[in-house]
Write a protein that binds this ligand. Structure first.
Ligand SMILES: Cc1cn([C@H]2C[C@H](O)[C@@H](COP(=O)(O)OP(=O)(O)O[C@H]3O[C@H](C)C(=O)[C@H](O)[C@H]3O)O2)c(=O)[nH]c1=O
Length: 181
């Protein structure tokens, strides 16, 4: 597994070592020892989530506030997504900046997003199954979010705008300027 830190400090792109043979392939999708060495700290994941979406869906940008904030280790089981992490750490030199990484069943890339970030993704394939580990439990009351098309964020979701599909809940999320952080 290789770990590449992004321009947003603490955010890492992970690339697993894949063992292929005439049966197919094998790779370690998570190894606590390798992971903590790679990101330079121990992270105790306590909840796994999985979602299925179709082309053009944008989920997010979501986060949980305060001591319910979540770090996430995200990957794609089938299909292809553009995964976006937004730096919401108010004392960060990259506050408000984002990274966008294509994650797919084919490239097997993963993204580690520490606490203090907003997270969302767009589905680039016909369908996509999305899997992620969280280091804190879901807490509805602590949910926060930023509307996907906040013009100050300038996120290119790589989907023609007329084809983007967002939940009712996400459509009414605030911009970063007025979000609860
Ligand atoms: C996140 C979550 C949701 N739920 C329930 C609450 C709703 O009744 C239902 C769907 O939730 P939601 O519409 O928030 O699902 P997504 O839009 O995929 O939300 C996720 O999307 C972005 C990409 C994220 O990074 C977050 O982890 C998460 O907010 O599942 C739970 O029971 N547990 C949970 O951990």
């Amino acid at each position: 597994m290789t770990f590449t830190e992004t321009k947003l400090k603490g955010c890492f792109i992970l690339q697993p070592r894949v063992f292929s043979d005439d049966r197919g392939y094998f790779f370690e999708s998570f190894n606590e020892k390798t992971f903590s060495k790679g990101v330079g700290k121990s992270v105790k994941f306590v909840q796994d989530n999985q979602s299925f979406s179709t082309y053009g869906i944008v989920r997010g940008i979501h986060y949980q506030v305060g001591h319910n904030a979540q770090a996430k280790l995200v990957r794609v089981l089938s299909g292809r997504v553009l995964d976006v992490a937004v730096d919401l750490r108010e004392n960060s030199t990259t506050f408000g900046q984002h990274i966008a990484v294509e994650l797919s069943a084919e490239n097997k890339k993963q993204l580690f997003i520490p606490r203090g970030f907003g997270h969302g993704f767009s589905v680039l394939s016909e369908t996509a199954e999305f899997f992620y580990k969280c280091d804190n439990f879901y807490n509805k009351e602590s949910e926060g979010g930023i509307v996907y098309n906040d013009e100050n964020l300038q996120i290119d979701w790589k989907i023609e705008s007329s084809k983007i599909k967002v939940s009712e809940k996400d459509l009414v999320l605030p911009t970063l300027k007025s979000a609860r952080l």
